[in-house]
Design a protein. Sequence first.
Length: 373
Amino acid sequence: MKRLLISILIIGLFFCLPSDMVGQAGIGLRHLDYKTPSQGLIHLDTVKKQSKFAIGLHYRWFDADVPYSSDLRQTELEAANEHEIFNKHAVNIALSYQLTPRWSFHVGIPLVYNQKSSVYEHSLVNGTFITRQRRVTEAIGLGDVFVMTNYAFVVPDSMSKTSIVLGGGVKLPTGAFDAMDDWQNIGPMGTSVRRPVDPVIQPGDGTWAAIADIQLGHELTNWLGLYGGAHYLASFASSNGVMTFRSTFSEEFREEDLAGVSDQYMVRGGVTLTYPGLPLWLSLGLRVDGVPVNDMVSGREGFRRPGFATSFENSLSYRGSGFEIYANVPIIYYQKRLMSNADRRFTANTGQFRHGDASFAPFAIFTGVRVFL
């Protein structure tokens, strides 16, 4: 019971983060999935027989096409067809090594294909629409690799059905952070201009970052369990120096000309159900993904779209002989785009209130497989 209370307390601390630490799901997040969702039901025979090596493929996709400013849907932007749309695919190759029953190591190698559909980038110059064409920019390639180590602070045994795993690691600046594509129509005589793509679809962000992670599980009965988890990525720089050229749209965007590098976080918790004897688990819970207004370490400079989204998380997992697969579909029920520092500077400098928007995905898809070698 004591360990269960500790687990609940830790989850509660993550949910009580101050509002400026809460961030936005959907856009601007690095792909940090390197394991299947915590299942909460801990089978001791499986834990004891776990292989030392594992390789996983984890896929993430979402299409963020619904614009919000604060928590208000921007229907006028949609009606005018001026909202931004982000379509992001990521495949993460995850390599794991179990050194001891308590210590494990993980490497994540993400490959990304990201697109942004926009009207402003291809039509708006100095506040005037020279055309109203929606065009696409894209970036593809290696993302930012991360390296993690996990320590099983509490290991399940014959006397306890609780698991607490603490993790820490680093994100390496391996992905391109200045990838370029053609901005159509805005050059002389309607020609295209080659410029960096939006920071949200860049494969990397160009900076190092520290990662903290916790995974919790507690088996209540042989068919019902609790799970929880959270991670926080803290960047070592607030900007990577890449120009966004957003000020070329109009004066309204003049505070957003330098690409920012943001922290990110995720927290989840819920219940897991299974039928005794079947290697199939259904997890139901809540999940919050985010990008904060201000970073924990590096500061507050550069352009970002802060906010958060809260989702109902539905996950189905199956463990076979030497492998496990899962599918996870978070469905957003509340989202909020927070006021960024660029919004605040523009408001303070001009006296004109500004609260930028961000596009959210109604749902996302996470799926993957892990093979034990």
